[in-house]
Design a binder for this molecule. Structure first.
Ligand code: PMP
Length: 429
């Protein structure tokens, strides 16, 4: 029970005493209230939220339409388990996402609760369809904290440290990254190397890749790479899974980022912003692939909860009503322009990149591309929070600052946030 005199410091002390230390926390702040792109802490301080609960709040904190839909659902029924007694919102959500997913083929969907669970299920489905075990992921990728998804995640500390062994038959190819010296040819060559050194392509079920690496640093997978990877996949009967847990739900200017790919993925994972702050995730994909597991092979007690489905349907309606895909593209341009202005004054900011409103800057000591500036990144994020802006870092080297502000944020608020970021850099000079 929170008491009136509780400060962030008092609550942090209770947290440290009561909560396992493995659960990290970006900011020593306890929230009291959130509305659209602003939050207020327990001491009454107001913050602009550029983190969105890690890409969950594309429609903002407590969007009135989402809250109204959830309230109505709460009054009707909250849980039956879809495998026991079905409910229409699950089916409608499947129909909606099947229609939105790219690819000129019939699609089906499955709903779960978390992003990691979506990835786990995409792998299960790909294995059941291909009857093959292997999965190839990419360096710097992030796919979750369960054992299989940790195996696929391409970054050891802090995610994998001390938790192995992970399930077998997972491999990592190089993610193409021009800034860090990995060309598209290098990346494709690394796949061939896996085929030579580790597993024959005929035993590989799927490639799994994020259209834009989220935790890995907002690196965009080039379309040429995706096209050539798909060609390779087709040659060997390997499926292509787009992990859109972070890129999905309109963040990149289209509902799914893979709509911007030159080829359609066979399966897409989705979670986070699809339900505006309520836990639901899904796998959407080729109907023939999705139907590979037999009845009873997929599901979960809370999987595709009625509350999550109602929230997700409300989010889809908000996207239509408020034209949020268009907004995502315009906001992306505004953010990129603002961040480029900062880059002209801050030599450490060497790259401004992203897709749609999924935008980030990468920091290097003295602007030297061989020296990722993790400490400066941490300091800027902390300074910005002191000045009332919540930011998140990311990147394999912890030297990227990402922006995941709600798409529903007003321009004036976005500009205010960018100004706080600029001021934070200036204060640290
Ligand atoms: N895949 C990607 C691309 C993600 O960004 C995340 C979460 N950051 C996950 C999977 C895991 O999602 P969750 O934390 O909901 O399990």
């Amino acid at each position: 029970m929170q008491r009136e005199h509780d400060t962030n410091a008092v609550l942090m002390a209770r947290r440290h005493a009561a909560v396992a230390r493995g659960v990290g926390q970006a900011h020593p702040i306890f929230v009291a209230r959130g509305a659209n792109a602003e939050v207020w802490d327990v001491e009454g301080r107001r913050y602009i939220d550029f983190a969105g609960g890690i890409a969950v709040l594309n429609t903002g904190h407590c969007h009135p339409e989402v809250i109204a839909a959830v309230r109505a659902q709460l009054d009707a029924y909250t849980h039956t388990c879809f495998q026991v007694l079905a409910y229409e919102p699950y089916v409608e959500l499947a129909e909606r996402l099947n229609a939105l997913a790219p690819g000129a083929f019939a699609k089906k969907s499955l709903f779960l609760s978390t992003g990691a669970e979506a990835v786990e299920n995409a792998v299960k489905i790909a294995r059941a369809f291909t009857r093959r075990p292997g999965v190839i992921a990419f360096t710097g990728g992030y796919h979750g904290r369960t054992m299989m998804t940790l195996g696929l995640t391409g970054k050891v500390a802090p995610y994998k440290t001390g938790f192995g062994p992970f399930p077998g038959e997972t491999f990592h190819a190089l993610f193409p990254n021009a800034l860090h010296g990995v060309s598209i040819d290098d990346a494709l060559h690394s796949v061939e190397t896996i085929f030579k050194n580790d597993i024959e392509p005929e035993r590989v079920a799927a490639f799994i890749i994020e259209p834009v690496q989220g935790e890995g640093g907002f690196h965009v997978a080039p379309n040429e790479f995706i096209a050539r990877l798909k060609t390779l996949a087709e040659r060997y009967g390997i499926l292509l899974i787009a992990d859109e847990v972070q890129t999905g739900a309109g963040r990149t200017g289209t509902w799914f980022a893979s709509e911007q790919w030159p080829v359609a993925p066979d399966l897409i994972t989705t979670a986070k912003s699809m339900a505006g702050g309520f836990p639901i995730s899904g796998v959407v994909g080729r109907a023939d692939v999705m139907d590979a597991p037999g009845p009873g092979g997929l599901g979960g007690t809370y999987a595709g909860s009625p509350i999550g489905c109602a929230a997700a349907l409300a989010v889809l309606k908000v996207f239509d009503d408020e034209q949020l895909l268009q907004r995502s593209r315009a906001l992306g341009e505004r953010l990129a322009a603002g961040l480029r202005r900062i880059a002209t004054r801050v030599p450490e900011v060497r790259d401004v990149r992203g897709l749609g409103a999924m935008v980030a800057i990468e920091l290097f000591e003295g602007g030297d591309l061989s020296k990722p500036a993790a400490e400066l990144t941490r300091n800027v994020v902390a300074e910005a929070a002191r000045r009332g802006l919540i930011l998140l870092s990311c990147g394999t080297h912890g030297n990227v600052i990402r922006v995941l502000v709600p798409l529903t944020a007003e321009d004036a608020l976005v500009d205010e946030g960018l100004q706080v970021l600029a001021d934070s850099f200036a204060a640290l000079r």
